[in-house]
Design a protein around this ligand. Structure first.
Ligand SMILES: [Fe+2]
Length: 305
C-alpha cells in the first residue's frame, strides 16, 4: 500500500503530465512496478473528495496500463499523476456507466489530456431516448461526456452485447453484461458494464453500480459461472447494489470497496450506523460468508495484487 505522502512525494518528484513520461522509465518507484507473471491492480483512494469515486488501474505483466472507470471530477489530478508514473499511456479505458462518480475525472482528462495518450475506450453507450427519459439530472453530463469522447479522436468501442472479450498482454477483459435500457428502476446503475478480468493466475469481477435487477440478470444469464472470482468489486460502493442473495450465490475470496468512510460506517453525521445506507448489512454478510480480506478506498491507495 502506498500512503498519500509517498504518492505525492513521487508525484512531485516526477511532475505530472507530459513532462513525467520520459522520467518514469528511469525513476519508477519499485513498489509500483508490475507484478511478475501476472497483472497488478490498484484501487484509487478517495484522495480529493469524500464523494464515492470509483476507479481502478491495472498494469499488465509487461507494463501495459488499463483503467476501469474514472472517479469524480476533482480526482482528475491524482489519476493523471498516477498514470504519469506508469508511463502516460493507457492501452484501454473501460467505462461502466456515465454517472459523475465513474466518469468525472475521466471527462476532465478527455478535455485536457496533458500528454496522456489513451489508445482505446470501451463502454456501453446510452441512447438519447433513454437518458432524456430517465434521471434527467444526469443528462447534461452524459451528453457532454459523449461529446468529449467523440471529439477526442480516441478509438471508442460501443459494446452492445455481453460476451465480448478483449485480450491485452495475456489478461482477458470479458464483458459479462451491458446496458439494458428497458429497466426503468435505478436505470443508469442497472445499465452498468460488468467486467471480468482474468489471467492464468487470478480473477477480478467489477460489478460497478449494478442494482438488484442487473444482479438477477447476471445470475440467470449465460455467464453466471464467471461471476465466481478471487476479488469482487462490491456493487454500488457496497450498499443498495445487487441483492444479498447475489453475494450468497457466487463465490469470491476478497472484497474491493470503492467506499468513503461515512458510507463504510453508515454515518450521516450522527455516528456509526445511524444513516440510511445499507453498508453495515453488507459488511455483516461478508463476515457471515467468512470473507476476511477487504480493500477499502477511504483507507488509502490499495495495491490489490
Ligand atoms: Fe457509483
Amino acid at each position: 500500500m502506498i500512503n498519500r505522502r509517498d504518492f505525492f512525494k513521487y508525484f512531485l518528484l516526477l511532475g505530472a503530465g507530459a513532462a513525467a513520461a520520459p522520467l518514469v522509465k528511469v525513476f519508477t518507484p519499485p513498489h509500483i512496478l508490475p507484478a511478475k507473471g501476472s497483472f497488478s491492480l490498484w484501487q484509487i483512494p478517495l484522495s480529493q473528495t469524500p464523494v464515492q469515486g470509483n476507479s481502478y488501474i491495472f498494469c499488465t505483466k509487461t507494463g501495459k496500463v488499463v483503467v476501469m472507470d474514472g472517479g469524480v471530477q476533482r480526482e482528475a489530478g491524482y489519476l493523471r499523476g498516477f498514470l504519469g508514473l506508469l508511463g502516460n499511456e493507457v492501452e484501454a479505458w473501460f467505462i461502466s456507466h456515465p454517472h459523475l462518480d465513474h466518469i468525472g475525472a475521466f471527462n476532465e482528462i478527455l478535455k485536457k489530456p496533458d500528454g496522456l495518450t489513451i489508445k482505446a475506450v470501451y463502454h456501453s453507450e446510452l441512447l438519447p431516448e433513454f437518458y432524456k427519459r430517465v434521471e434527467p439530472e444526469h443528462q447534461n453530463l452524459t451528453v457532454e461526456f459523449y461529446r468529449n469522447l467523440k471529439k477526442s479522436g480516441i478509438s471508442v468501442t460501443d459494446v452492445t452485447e455481453p460476451g465480448v472479450s478483449i485480450e491485452i498482454d495475456g489478461t482477458t477483459f470479458k464483458i459479462l453484461d451491458v446496458k439494458d435500457e428497458s429497466v426503468t428502476v435505478n436505470a443508469y446503475n442497472n445499465s452498468s458494464m460488468v467486467i471480468r478480468v482474468e489471467d492464468a493466475v487470478r480473477s477480478v469481477v467489477f460489478l460497478a453500480d449494478a442494482g438488484i435487477e442487473q444482479g438477477n440478470r447476471l445470475l440467470h444469464g449465460p455467464f453466471s459461472s464467471e461471476l465466481n472470482c478471487d476479488f469482487l468489486q462490491m456493487a454500488h460502493h457496497g450498499q443498495k447494489g445487487v441483492s444479498l442473495d447475489f453475494y450468497r450465490t457466487i463465490r469470491f475470496g476478497a472484497c474491493l470497496w470503492p467506499t468513503p468512510q461515512w458510507l463504510w460506517n453508515n454515518d450521516a453525521g450522527k455516528g456509526y450506523n445511524t444513516g440510511p445506507w445499507e453498508t453495515i448489512i453488507v459488511r455483516n454478510l461478508m463476515n457471515e460468508l467468512g470473507i476476511k480480506k477487504h480493500f477499502i478506498s477511504w483507507q488509502g491507495l490499495s495495491r490489490i495484487v
